[in-house]
Design a protein. Structure first.
Length: 276
């Protein structure tokens, strides 16, 4: 094994799928919470963390942008995982025998059409891979699980129906993080720079801060705001831009941004995923 990579959830979760696809030589380390994932890497018990940040259907993952700047970790890569949902059951079970399907509530909502067509009742579980594990342990052919094919392989379940999600473009973006910052240019494609900032308390501060990116031709692919410190007036912004901090136009844009901010913190520089 090249190293260890931590993720939130059970083996077979979609976060595990992201680890499996992007770092196949790394040993996966399942963790209970996002905080546990960050802590195990921070302590040196794992080399990388794989954290979901946003989903094309449901938007950003709750709390993750609050955790990223406070984690002490740095972004070194990104991965996009198509969320293919499959109906899993005990081996030898025909589809018509399945009366209930268990999964995380978000996945249940993404398969309403299939469940309705086959008269299958949804059952809320703690997570996707945990539901697959529960089905395998319970041994009831009337109960299926909605999860990844990887979960089926791990827990010895049969795939009764593949890719049953209602929307065919459901994708989750993940960030790979480590303890050390890596500012090297890697790969042959474009680089992404991620950072957080807080604007000064002056009129049109955000508008002025963004001006440098427009005038220097820097494409900003993501900008999100969230409250900090329990105050409605203290706002922090998370941003992704195309380019490397050593690029002249990026340097100029960040210099102009710093003039209108009270905080500017680089979170990472990493190759853009080809599926971006």
């Amino acid at each position: 094994m090249a190293g260890r990579i931590a993720f939130q959830g059970e083996l077979g979760a979609y976060s595990h799928q992201a680890c499996h696809d992007s770092y196949p030589d790394y040993e996966p380390v399942p963790c209970r919470t996002f905080e546990d994932v960050i802590e195990i890497v921070r302590k040196g018990d794992a080399d990388l963390a794989m954290l979901p940040v946003e989903n094309s259907t449901y938007g950003r993952v709750a709390d993750i942008h609050r955790l990223l700047p406070e984690s002490g970790l740095h972004i070194v890569g990104e991965a996009f995982v198509r969320v293919h949902i499959n109906l899993l059951a005990l081996p030898g079970t025909p589809l018509h025998r399945v009366e209930r399907a268990q999964s995380h509530t978000v996945l249940l909502g993404q398969c309403r059409d299939f469940l309705r067509q086959h008269n299958i009742d949804p059952v809320t579980g703690a997570d996707t891979a945990g539901s697959a594990q529960h089905v395998a342990e319970l041994g009831d052919p009337a109960l299926g699980a909605l999860a990844s094919e990887l979960a089926g392989e791990i827990y010895g379940l049969q795939v009764l129906a593949r890719h049953i999600e209602d929307q065919s473009n459901n994708t989750t973006r993940f960030l790979a993080m480590q303890r050390e910052m890596d500012l090297r240019r890697r790969g042959d494609g474009p680089m992404i720079t991620s950072f957080v900032f807080r604007t000064k308390n002056i009129p049109a501060a955000l508008y002025k801060a963004m001006g440098g990116f427009a005038t220097n031709g820097v494409n900003m692919t993501k900008l999100e705001s969230y409250m900090v410190g329990g105050s409605f007036t203290a706002t922090q912004f998370y941003a992704d831009i195309e380019g490397h901090p050593d690029d002249r136009n990026v340097q100029q844009a960040l210099d102009e941004l710093s003039y209108f901010t009270t905080k500017l913190e680089l979170l990472g520089v990493y190759p853009a995923d080809p599926r971006r």
